[in-house]
Write a new protein. Structure first.
Length: 271
């Protein structure tokens, strides 16, 4: 049987250096001797005690699978930041991020609606299959295949000319670094809100921040820490009882042309 590559030593050294800690400082934090830490970092501890493994995993907020099997120095900056924030979402194992969805009788994915009154619950239950299964769900014809869609009602005037009380249809974003600058998206932010904004991710790899802007210039752009971003859903179109007097965003104009069929019925069922 082929022996798996283990990156325990390299990862401990990599993570310590990212925090700009000396061996003495980290050993003190972990309440172990510097000699023991040095042995771990240089591969001299052949059979490290389980309590040591757990001690390191708890300190760095990463699973043992991650620390043992993944060469962290080869990951992109965004992925490392996510792992350091305690979100072990990129790796196979019990911490994997699996998007919770529901399906119809033909095993086709539904389009779930996140009502305004369920927004607070969604921040806690966005990845809980039981919570998602209780959301209203619909089938919308002619959506491009191969993506997962969700419906998000919006309030306020920050994204005018998209009318208040519109329902945004958005597709789940797997890799936020692939989002083009100022793409309209639904952004689910831990401890804050579900926001519909123009997204700028150009500074993520250097600052760890994502800029969120409004179409309505009266609202000031702001930034959020990428480690607090739970989900991003890219705008596809919207449903509304109101037709805006003026639309300047070409993407919104294009998407609106695809969403006339069945609009009133969907709105009625979603109330």
């Amino acid at each position: 049987m082929k022996t798996a590559n283990l990156f325990w030593s390299e990862n401990l050294r990599f993570l310590r250096n990212r925090r700009q800690l000396s061996q003495n400082q980290l050993a003190e934090d972990l309440k172990i001797s510097r000699a023991k830490l040095n042995a771990h970092e240089n591969g001299l501890s052949r059979n490290p005690p389980l309590e040591d493994l757990i001690r390191f995993a708890d300190y760095f907020k990463m699973s043992l699978d991650t620390l043992l099997r993944i060469n962290l120095s080869k990951l992109g900056e965004l992925k490392v930041r996510e792992l350091e924030a305690g979100n072990d979402v990129y790796l196979t194992g019990r911490q994997i991020r699996v998007l919770a969805t529901t399906v119809d009788k033909q095993n086709n994915e539904n389009v779930e609606l996140v009502p305004i009154k369920a927004k607070a619950g969604y921040l806690a239950g966005y990845n809980d299959p039981e919570f998602i299964s209780k959301l209203p769900r619909f089938s919308i014809p002619d959506l491009p295949p191969g993506k997962t869609y969700r419906l998000f009602p919006i309030k306020g005037e920050s994204m005018l000319p998209v009318p208040e009380d519109s329902i945004i249809i958005a597709s789940y974003v797997q890799d936020i670094l692939a989002i083009r600058k100022d793409t309209p998206c639904i952004v689910v932010v831990k401890g804050q809100d579900i926001a519909f904004k123009l997204v700028d991710v150009s500074g993520i790899q250097t600052t760890g921040k994502m800029w969120l802007k409004s179409l309505n210039v009266r609202f000031t752009p702001y930034e959020v820490d990428v480690s607090d971003v739970l989900e991003v859903w890219q705008f596809y179109g919207y449903l509304s009882k109101t037709i805006p007097e003026e639309i300047n965003n070409a993407e919104i104009v294009s998407a609106l042309n695809h969403l006339q069929t069945g609009m009133q019925e969907l709105l009625r069922r979603g109330q």
